[in-house]
Each structure stands twice: as structure tokens, then as C-alpha cells.
Design a protein. Structure first.
Ligand SMILES: Cc1cc2nc3c(=O)[nH]c(=O)nc-3n(C[C@H](O)[C@H](O)[C@H](O)COP(=O)(O)OP(=O)(O)OC[C@H]3O[C@@H](n4cnc5c(N)ncnc54)[C@H](O)[C@@H]3O)c2cc1C
Length: 382
């Protein structure tokens, strides 16, 4: 007698960055058929830099069977606080591994068959009837599934359709960022910074650096990059608007990518760095070819499950970067989703409800902690 073929449930994952890749890998492990729909027509490419490698990220990679002998990041052994002259104020042994967005992206995308990752597919709307969701894309095509996962980031279209009133709010400060190839820095600076997580904290200003793998993912000495970040206050209104206007005069919503800073803003920032930071950090800024900037925002949704439509990653919570938790949270959301659906394959709605309860608690905790820490570090009183 022929065995009856059971059809796998199908998930439509909207967004093909880290959140979408974690979700897709985890759902596949849970026995789902998965397709990713990413609005960008080309392969995503890191506009950013470093990410602290958290255990949830390693767990998600291992769970998807994507572990390998290639290192995922660069180890720093100690945390060091410098003053403006470069003198060590404090140091402590605290091993931590740092990676980069492109290293994680490259590893996670290996788990997804090419035919299941659809580029140039921008979700514009969806309809939900009972346990079926139909996604509609800007090119006029539609796709049907049992679950739609909104992993489409801080400006999520899915969240906008569900809760148009919910949007990220500006925190009062921005982060200026850059990457410098290890080979470009002087031996004195390499000695001061290599293998360390280094900070300079002044009133309303926090600068830090750590090494991350090279653009090609190599963690070999000499091929890595110094990743620096400098958090500085910027008043909402004229000051912030000027920072977020690119070199072609276009107002950007939240960030200016590498190479697009307005010349006047770049000169102002470089001049400021000459007078405000220690010699090693000063050299990093001087040697950065393309500085970029992002505004720091907060977002915490009250609900993550809406029938068969769910939100995860930055679409649901944007914790302050000091928590080093955005990517870890996306990984945790995805791992827990797979586990909940594996535990209750017969009742998807019950599994989602259980998942939401736990994820809302951890998202809220991380978000509140990040706001308190960020405001304290930047001297913001509310
Ligand atoms: C290119 C890139 C580089 C990054 N680099 C860094 C970094 O260096 N350091 C760091 O800490 N964080 C970085 N991030 C952010 C980091 O990935 C996230 O904070 C975290 O991993 C959770 O991500 P997410 O996938 O939920 O959201 P995001 O990473 O913002 O991804 C959302 C994805 O959804 C897609 N999307 C949005 N709307 C639609 C739509 N309507 N239809 C289809 N697709 C849509 C976007 O194009 C994007 O790829 C980067 C993000 C991107 C996209």
C-alpha cells in the first residue's frame, strides 16, 4: 500500500538579513518548507561592521548544522579603558569574541538552497484567511503559506501593516562608525588595540573599538579590521537632520551608508576627533576611508503574533547597541520559534502563542535594560 505523503507546512519569511536567515534555518530544522523574500535585488552586502558574538548566535548556527572549523570571529582577551591621552585608566581580563555582519551572513546563507532565497521581492501587503496567509509583492506576484514571518527590520512593512502607529523613536544620540584594515595602522596603534576591547568614555561620549574578521571573513592576523564606534549626542531637529542628509542633499531616515556622508559633516566630525580622542583612536578615524553614521532608536512591540503573521528580530525589538544584543535576540527568536513548532506540530496556533509569551518578556527586558544603560552612558535624563 502506498504511504500517504504528508505535506510540509510552508513559511514565507519576509527579509533575508540575519533575522530572516536565522528564522528560515530554524524552521527548516523544524520540518517546514521555507522561502525567503528579500526586497534587495542583489546579494546583501554589509553596510556595517562589527557584532559581538553571543552564545545564542553560535547556538543557532550549530542547530542549523552550519558549524565549521573556520573561526566565526576574533577573540579579545581584555577590556581596557583609556583616557584622552591614551593612558590606561582600567583594565580587566574579559575574553569575548567579535564577528562581523558579513561573516554571519555568509555562514547562515549556506543553509538556504539558492532556489528558496528570492531576491528583488518587496512585500507590499498580505491577506489572512483562517490558517492561510497570502503575501503580495511589488512585482504583482503572490505566495501562499501557513505562516508569514516579518523579519523585515526596524522599518518593517509587516509591522506597518499590523500596527501603523508603532515606529522606532529617536534616543538622542547617534553612532559614527568605521573600519580600518589591520595592515593600515602604525605598530604603536596595533600594540595599543590588538586583542583588546578598548573604550574611551567621556561625558556624553563613548568611543570603542575591537578587531573583526576581514571583508573576506578571514580571522588571520594581518587580515582583520579594526572596527570603531563613537556614540555622540545629536539634538533632534536641525543637528540630527544635517547629519542624516547625505552628500547628494537627500534626507535619509536613519543612517548614512559608507561613502555618502555630506562633506561638511565629515570634515566637522574628523576635526572633532582630532581634539577629543586618544592617539590610537585618532589614528583609526584618520585612516578610515568611509565613515558612516546611524541614529540610535528604540522599539518594543506589545505583540508579536497576529494569527499566522509574526514579527521577529528588529521588526519587533530594537535594543540599544550597548546590549550587544540585536543579532542575539534575532537568533533567540528564531531558535525558540523552531523549538515551539517542533513541540506542538499538531497545533501551530498554540505553539505561536507560547513562543510569543516568552519572546515578549525577553525582548522587553533587553530593551528596558538597554535604554537605562544607554541613557546613563550618554548622560541623558528623561
Ligand atoms: C546589509 C546590512 C548590514 C548590517 N550590518 C550590521 C553590522 O555590521 N552590525 C550590526 O550590529 N548590525 C548590522 N545590521 C543589523 C543587524 O543585521 C540586525 O540588527 C539584526 O541582525 C537583526 O536583523 P533583522 O534581520 O531583524 O533586520 P535587518 O538586518 O534590518 O534586515 C531586514 C531585512 O528585510 C529586508 N526588507 C525590509 N522590508 C522588506 C519588504 N517589504 N519586503 C522584503 N524584504 C524587506 C531588508 O532589505 C533587510 O534585508 C545590518 C543589517 C543589514 C541589512
Amino acid at each position: 500500500m502506498m504511504k500517504e505523503q504528508v505535506q510540509k507546512p510552508r513559511a514565507l519569511v519576509i527579509g533575508g538579513s540575519l533575522g530572516g536567515l536565522f528564522a528560515a534555518n530554524s524552521l527548516m530544522q523544524a520540518g517546514w518548507a521555507v522561502d525567503i523574500f528579500e526586497r534587495s535585488p542583489s546579494t546583501l552586502d554589509s553596510r556595517g561592521g562589527g557584532i559581538v558574538l553571543q552564545p545564542q548566535v553560535v547556538a543557532a548556527i550549530n542547530h542549523a548544522g552550519l558549524d565549521s572549523t573556520d573561526p566565526l570571529g576574533v577573540l579579545s582577551r581584555e577590556r581596557v579603558y583609556l583616557d584622552r591621552d591614551g593612558a590606561v585608566l582600567q583594565s580587566a581580563v574579559q575574553p569575548q569574541t567579535q564577528t562581523s555582519w558579513n561573516t554571519l551572513y555568509r555562514r547562515l546563507v549556506r543553509g538556504i538552497p539558492d532556489a528558496r532565497y528570492h531576491k528583488g521581492k518587496r512585500l507590499v501587503s498580505y491577506t489572512q484567511t483562517g490558517a492561510t496567509v497570502v503575501a503580495k509583492f511589488a512585482d504583482g506576484t503572490t505566495e501562499k503559506g501557513d505562516l508569514l514571518v516579518g523579519a523585515d527590520g526596524g522599518d518593517s512593512t509587516v509591522r506597518g501593516l499590523l500596527m501603523p502607529e508603532m515606529a522606532p523613536t529617536y534616543s538622542g544620540y547617534v553612532v559614527w562608525r568605521g573600519l580600518v584594515p589591520e595592515a593600515d595602522v602604525s605598530p604603536e596603534t596595533a600594540r595599543a588595540l590588538s586583542g583588546k576591547f578598548v573604550f574611551q568614555h567621556d561625558p556624553a561620549s563613548l568611543m570603542l573599538q575591537y578587531l573583526v574578521p576581514g571583508e573576506d571573513g578571514s580571522a588571520r592576523p594581518g587580515q582583520r579590521r579594526f572596527n570603531w564606534l563613537w556614540y555622540l549626542r545629536a539634538e533632534k531637529g536641525t543637528e540630527l537632520d544635517a547629519i542624516l542628509t547625505d552628500r547628494d542633499g537627500n534626507a535619509r531616515r536613519r543612517s548614512i551608508p559608507p561613502g555618502m556622508l555630506a562633506e561638511e559633516q565629515e570634515q566637522r566630525f574628523r576635526c572633532f576627533a582630532e581634539h577629543r580622542v586618544n592617539p590610537a583612536f585618532r589614528e583609526l578615524v584618520q585612516k578610515t576611508r568611509e565613515i558612516f553614521v546611524q541614529s540610535i532608536v528604540d522599539l518594543a512591540v506589545p505583540q508579536m503574533v497576529f494569527g499566522r503573521v509574526i514579527l521577529l528580530g528588529d521588526a519587533a525589538f530594537i535594543p540599544r547597541p550597548h546590549t550587544a544584543g540585536s543579532t542575539a535576540k534575532a537568533a533567540e527568536n528564531a531558535l525558540a520559534l523552531g523549538a515551539a513548532l517542533t513541540a506542538r506540530p499538531d497545533d501551530i496556533d498554540a505553539a505561536l502563542s507560547r513562543w510569543e509569551r516568552d519572546q515578549l518578556i525577553s525582548g522587553r527586558l533587553m530593551s528596558d535594560w538597554g535604554v537605562r544603560m544607554g541613557n546613563r552612558l550618554m548622560g541623558i535624563t528623561t
